[in-house]
Design a protein around this ligand. Sequence first.
Ligand SMILES: *Cc1c(COP(=O)(O)O)cnc(C)c1O
Length: 362
Amino acid sequence: MSKRAHNFNPGPAALPLEVLRQAQEEFVDYKGIGMSIMEISHRSKEYEALNDETQKLLLELMNLPSGYQVLFMGGGASTQFATIPLNFLAPGRTAHYVVTGSFSEKAFQEAQTLGAASVIASTKEAGFTRLPAAADINVPADSAYLHLTANNTIEGSMFAEFPNTGDVPLIGDWTSGILAKPVDYSPFAMVYAGAQKNLGPSGVTVAVIRDDLLARVNKNIPTILSYATHAKNSSLYNTPPVHTIYMVNLMLKWVKANGGVAALEKANTEKAQLVYDVIDQSGGYYKGIIDKANRSIMNITWRMGSEELEKKFVKESEQNGFVGLAGHRSVGGLRASAYNAVPRESCEALAQFMAEFQRNNG
Ligand SMILES: *Cc1c(COP(=O)(O)O)cnc(C)c1O
């Protein structure tokens, strides 16, 4: 077998080797039909079964037994930044946004192009190094919806608790946090996630929407951009990215076969702790960016004494088989994205490399 990299890419990101292997095995001949899944109609019985099974598996793993629909949509999570206000921000109403990082800020800016949007809480002045307390986020009762980013991929922070929004729909961007640990998603009227971090390859975005919110979709919007269209047609209104959804299906089965989301939480917490421990025990050589209480178990971020040293760290990490450790171009520093598919051995190797780097360059 060829050597696998220690893949800490932020997205598209690592996939489990078992999933890649199975996809390889079925690449040419899907379940004995003599064709690849990519070569058949999205209206075939084989694809319809896959579509149905994938939707059910996701709801099962999210522990949302009823009252929600899973939609497979194109355009990435960024398109949801626009389709959410398009569908749910009715004229004369205001939508509220919690701004805790670059992606939530983009979501807010996109909403402003379509209607009235307002920031209800922000940690921008603190450089996005922490999150607001859920109890301090008080949304007006007449708000169209409250939007937040559950895991801030670029900054490395993750909400543990969510605001009580009463009857106001709570909408969460879960792109980099979905299925990372057991979460009570029931306060959310909508959860969405680009697949390329925790669910599979890029090319599809899942939108999980509660029936009562679906009933409120704005009427005079393009058919293809209406959630109602995709819900009514079980995500088969037009041609979906069948191969990507197939990969999501394999990924969800992998999660289930490996003990489900509870087992992932244990693994993810331990993986992240291996790296955070090196940071916290480095005497300030590695400086964690996010307040400890708000740290993400998916995206671990830190800085070093100088940009020069950070560059040297990245370069030597690459020479040692690590990929994807440079921070996002907008913030710099370092970031290790340890999503569900990143094996513990990669985090162990990274912790070891970091300690060694400090010994050699401290
Ligand atoms: C990656 C990411 C996005 C952007 O996703 P695209 O699919 O590239 O549009 C949005 N929000 C969060 C939280 C992300 O991690």
